[in-house]
Design a protein around this ligand. Structure first.
Ligand code: TRP
Length: 337
């Protein structure tokens, strides 16, 4: 076992990767993947996708798109271990062990579950659990298995996931207390506030709001999307407030300090929205046009992606499989003699 810091994060495969994913998760993860002093694990959380999405084609397509995106943007798969959750049967096995160490009351308090119950209650449903499956209810346990399986030290996530991580810590501690010191207690690494991008309508960019800007649209469609971003109705020449502008927020998340300062000045001078949109399009297109070509090439050759994931799974199992063997032993699941 190496003594490198282990960094791990998962990508739920239900949607098409968008600019918000890029700024919030993909870009920082890819940068971290180049650091040879850490061992990073990045994976497609396809079993998590099944909680919310029961359309096989969508789960499958999203897995391809997410993998192609991370690879096209330069994920270092020699250094980082890049795999598919469903290729690691040990994770599901650990999920069961952890379930047996997880208080039901803890799951009752999970925001995602509580939110779904609250919606039912608001709608006046007689059954508060209507439409809620056990996957949603035990979502934090599976996420704990993802993390604890590889003894991750650090887990970078968005704010919406912090409660899940706190639960992973509680579950790990309980297991350790009972069966011995097997798991590292994972640390939460919260993404920067500035890494949350507004979408087309100004609300947080999210597939649940249907306001996302997909990363690798064909150039013309990509331009059209940028042109659709909502702005206020100030005329050209009128000074504009960058702090309240989605275009600026997107630019600010990617550009250098000096570039941002220059654009602030243009806002004060009253840059026209049309001009700012064209500027932002050209800027983004400059960043994404080469990766877009890689992406398209990968999308045409899914066998290449598959081979990378299969190799990643082998590397992940090199760790998970003997570890699982020790956990089985520790819990009394052992040969009789
Ligand atoms: N639930 C996470 C999300 O929706 C994805 C995820 C699954 C994850 N397993 C994980 C993130 C383990 C970090 C660690 O964003």
């Amino acid at each position: 076992m190496s003594d490198k810091t282990v960094v791990l994060t998962g990508i739920t495969t239900t949607g098409t990767p968008h600019l918000g994913n890029y700024v919030g998760a993909i870009r920082p993860s890819i940068e971290a993947s180049e650091d040879t002093s850490v061992q990073s694990y990045y994976f497609l959380a396809d079993y998590h996708a099944l909680v919310k999405c029961h359309e096989p084609e969508r789960v499958h397509q999203s897995s391809i798109e997410n993998a192609a995106t991370w690879l096209a943007l330069g994920l270092d798969t020699d250094n980082a271990i890049f795999y598919r959750q469903s290729d690691i049967p040990e994770i599901m096995e650990l999920n069961w062990m952890l379930s047996c160490m997880t208080a039901k009351g803890l799951m009752n308090r999970a925001h995602a579950y509580k939110g779904a119950v609250a919606e039912n209650t608001e709608r006046g449903e007689s059954d508060p659990d209507k439409g809620i499956n056990m996957g949603l209810f035990t979502y934090p346990t599976l996420m704990s298995a993802d993390i604890l399986m590889f003894n991750a030290n650090k887990v970078p996530v968005g704010k919406d996931q912090t409660q899940h991580l706190e639960m992973a810590r509680v579950i790990a501690q309980r297991f350790n207390h009972h069966f011995g010191d097997h798991f590292t207690i994972p640390e939460i690494v919260l993404g920067e506030e500035g890494a949350i991008l507004p979408g087309l309508d100004g609300r947080k960019m999210s597939k649940s709001y249907n306001n996302t800007i997909p990363l690798f649209l064909p150039e013309k469609k990509f331009r059209k999307m940028i042109m659709k971003i909502k702005t206020n109705s100030l005329e050209p020449g009128e000074p504009k407030d960058p702090e309240e502008c989605s275009l600026f927020a997107i630019y600010n998340s990617l550009a250098t300090r000096d570039e941002v300062a220059a654009i602030r000045k243009r806002y004060a001078e009253g840059i026209a929205w049309g001009e700012m949109k064209q500027f932002l399009f050209e800027y983004l297109n400059g960043i994404f046009s080469a990766p877009r070509e890689n992406y398209n090439a990968l999308m045409e050759n899914p066998a290449e992606i598959e081979a990378i994931l299969v190799r990643g799974a082998e590397r992940a199992r090199d760790y998970a499989s003997p570890f699982m063997q020790r956990l089985r032993y520790a819990t009394g699941i052992r040969p009789l003699k």
